[in-house]
Design a binder for this molecule. Structure first.
Ligand code: HEC
Length: 283
C-alpha cells in the first residue's frame, strides 16, 4: 500500500512538472497566450498591449495620440460622475452598492460570484444596484451605462487587471465557456475571434490592422467615430463583441448574456497584470 502511495506521489510530481497537474489550467492558458504575443510582437513591451492596434502599428499611433490630447470622452466622464453621485429617489447613491472605494470599483470586475454561481460584470452590478434601489435598469450597450462606465474606468486608471479563476467547477466552467467562444468558428464567414485577433493579429483586413486580443479589455468603454453617427460615440465591451460577431455574419448574443459575460471573463483574465486605461478612443 505504502509503495503504491509513493509511486502515485512520484507520478504526480512528474505530472506537475510536465503539465502543471493540480494547478489551475487557466494559468497555463495565460502563459501560452502571453508568450505567443510577445514572440509575435517582440518590439511591443507587454504593458503597451493595452493600447490595442496602436501598440503594434506606428503609423496610426501618432494620429491616435493627438486624439487623446483632447479626448472626446472627457465630457462623457463628467456626465458619468454626475450620474454616479446623483441620489436615487430613495436618497441612496450608487456608492452604497459597492464595498470598495470608487477608484477600485472598475478593477473588481468581472468576478465569479460563488453564491450566485455566475460571472458578474460591472454593467450587471450597476443595474443590480439600480434594481435594488427601485430604479429602472439601463440599456447595456450605449447611453448612461457607458457614462457611468467611463467615469469608473477613469477613476480606476492605473490599477491592475486581476481576474481570479478559482479552481471551483463552476468558475472553470464559465471560463471554459468564454474560451470556447473565443476559439470557436462562427457565422457565414466561419471565423473565430482567435482567427482575427490571435492568429492574424497585425495583419490587415480591408482597411484595418487587426489588434492583438491581449489588452483588449483594459480600456472600455470606448469612444468611436463610427458610433458617433447615431449616438454620442460611446459603447461597452459587449457592444464591440456584438459588432465583431456581426462582421462574420453571425447572430450576436445579447449584451450581458451569459455567453458574453463568460467571454469577458476569459478575455479579461488573459490581460491579468496589465494596467487599466479606460475609457479609450478607437477608430
Ligand atoms: C473578421 C475579423 C474579426 C473577427 C472574427 C473578430 N473581430 Fe474583433 N475586430 C476586428 C476589427 C477589424 C477590429 C478593429 C481593429 C482592431 O482594433 O482590431 C476589431 C476590434 C475589436 C475590439 C476592439 C479593440 C480595441 O482596442 O478596443 C475588440 C475588443 C474585439 N474586436 C473583440 C473581438 C472578439 C471578442 C471577437 C470574437 C467574438 C472578435 N473581435 C472577432 C475584426 C474581427
Amino acid at each position: 500500500m505504502k509503495k503504491i502511495a509513493v509511486t502515485f506521489t512520484t507520478l504526480c510530481t512528474l505530472a506537475v512538472l510536465m503539465l502543471g497537474c493540480a494547478s489551475n489550467p487557466a494559468e497555463k492558458d495565460l502563459n501560452d497566450f502571453r508568450d505567443y504575443y510577445s514572440k509575435r510582437f517582440p518590439d511591443t513591451p507587454t504593458n503597451d498591449f493595452i493600447n490595442g492596434v496602436y501598440s503594434i502599428d506606428k503609423g496610426s499611433r501618432d494620429q491616435w495620440e493627438s486624439l487623446e490630447e483632447f479626448p472626446p470622452y472627457e465630457i462623457i466622464i463628467e456626465k458619468g460622475e454626475k450620474l454616479f453621485n446623483t441620489p436615487f429617489k430613495n436618497g441612496k447613491t450608487y456608492a452604497s452598492c459597492f464595498s470598495v472605494p470608487v477608484d477600485s470599483i472598475k478593477s473588481s470586475y468581472p468576478y465569479f460570484d460563488k453564491k450566485r454561481k455566475e460571472v458578474i460584470t460591472l454593467e450587471l452590478a450597476l443595474n443590480d444596484c439600480r434594481k435594488a434601489n427601485d430604479e429602472e435598469p439601463l440599456k447595456y450597450k450605449t447611453g448612461a451605462i457607458t457614462h457611468l462606465g467611463a467615469y469608473l474606468a477613469f477613476q480606476g486608471r492605473g490599477k491592475t487587471v486581476n481576474v481570479t479563476i478559482d479552481s471551483s467547477k463552476e468558475s472553470l466552467e464559465w471560463y471554459n465557456r468564454g474560451k470556447q467562444h473565443f476559439y470557436a468558428k462562427r457565422g457565414q464567414l466561419n471565423m473565430s475571434c482567435a482567427d482575427c485577433h490571435y492568429y492574424n493579429a497585425g495583419n490587415r483586413i480591408r482597411a484595418d490592422i487587426l489588434s492583438p486580443a491581449l489588452g483588449h479589455t483594459t480600456h472600455f468603454p470606448v469612444y468611436r467615430n463610427k458610433w458617433a453617427t447615431d449616438g454620442d460615440g460611446m459603447g461597452t465591451l459587449h457592444r464591440r463583441y456584438g459588432g465583431c460577431n456581426k462582421q462574420v455574419r453571425a447572430k450576436p448574443f445579447e449584451a450581458q448574456s451569459e455567453e458574453y459575460r463568460a467571454l469577458e471573463y476569459f478575455h479579461t483574465y488573459m490581460s491579468n497584470g496589465l494596467t487599466l486605461n479606460g475609457p479609450g478612443v478607437r477608430k
